[in-house]
Design a protein around this ligand. Structure first.
Ligand code: C5P
Length: 310
């Protein structure tokens, strides 16, 4: 088959239905996690074209906050494929963002996952699953999930994945904040709060209630089981997030939780109609800079054909 001139890959944002943070490993600085990810249909699209040199452009939501040099995870992903596959070379990378930057929804990880899958397809590398996942994990803890999509349990750094037995479709409302939160800062704040309390941190474990709720497709029980250990740290750094959570609770959302390391707040709604009500209330209250609805689970990073997609 002739090599395509360009490949576009779409990758989804994620929300953590549960994020349990264990002790910090002093050797690596990483925390042991037990988490349940769900991909939602809020996307970034990444296009790769063969070029004489590497380059990167970004447009869309928060584009001005994204680095356009070799530090960008998408650039590093394309380089990693070139190191693995002899026939691969430099690419011009074009990112169209809809996932908020530094929002706790794995926007940077989605771009890395998309670039990884796009480079593989562009150069016909056919990297096996294990190699793809190993490259993904090196790029960042959330990148393997961004490749996989769906609903999955993550352990280790969050990069050891098992697809979750999950039924049903979930209606989400996301409240975005203009001011991003840095993931390392939020983890560090949690460590500080825990040390202040003299807390003994247990090994993280996923709750059986959440797994049973997902298996049954019981969105009310999923709403009740939403939990994020990083939430108190995110609120400590951005106290306004507590008000955002309050607005969703007043609307009768099935549950509300800070997404990942924040500052995005995710609300689970009963159906599309309630999602719309929550979105309207959040917008009217002025607590969030932007509000979006989405459904999950969504697919992992996959090749699309621009113009033919919805
Ligand atoms: O792997 P990634 O670069 O996405 O992680 C960003 C930061 O988040 C890490 O440098 C670390 O401070 C923190 N982190 C952590 N434990 C994890 C995942 C991330 O402490 N399991």
């Amino acid at each position: 088959m002739p090599r395509p001139d360009a490949v576009t890959v779409r990758a989804a944002a994620k929300v953590n239905l549960e994020l349990i943070v264990g002790p910090r490993d002093d050797a690596t600085g990483y925390h042991e996690l037990a988490t349940v990810f769900q991909a939602v249909n809020l996307h970034d699209d990444v296009t790769l074209r063969p070029a004489p040199d590497y380059s990167l452009t970004v447009s869309g939501r928060g584009a001005d906050q994204v680095p356009t040099d070799a530090t960008n995870l998408a650039w590093r992903a394309a380089l990693a494929v070139a190191q693995e596959h002899e026939g691969a070379g430099p690419v011009a990378i074009e990112i169209v963002k809809d996932i908020p930057v530094a929002g706790g929804m794995a926007g940077g990880s989605a771009d890395a996952a998309a670039a990884l899958v796009a480079a593989d397809a562009l150069w016909g590398a056919h990297l096996d699953r294990a190699t793809t996942q190993a490259i993904a994990a090196r790029l960042g803890a959330d990148v393997p999930f961004s490749v996989l999509g769906g609903t999955a349990v993550g352990t280790g750094r969050g990069d050891e994945l098992v697809p979750a037995l999950a039924r049903g479709s979930y209606h989400w409302v996301f409240a975005f904040s203009d001011e991003g939160l840095s993931t390392p800062r939020v983890f560090a704040e949690l460590d500080r709060l825990r040390a202040e309390r003299g807390e003994q941190v247990a090994r993280p474990e996923i709750s059986q209630d959440l797994m049973a709720a997902l298996l049954a497709g019981d969105e009310v029980a999923v709403g009740r089981a939403l939990r994020n250990d990083l939430q108190e740290a995110a609120i400590s750094l951005q106290p306004r997030l507590a008000e955002t959570l309050e607005v969703g609770a007043e609307c009768g959302a099935l549950g509300g939780v800070v997404s990942g390391s924040g500052p995005t707040v995710a609300f689970l709604a009963r159906d599309n109609e309630q999602a719309l009500d929550i979105a309207v209330a959040l917008t009217a209250s002025g607590v969030a800079q932007d509000v979006r609805r989405a459904t999950g689970p969504a697919a992992g990073a996959r090749v699309i054909h621009p113009g033919k997609e919805q």
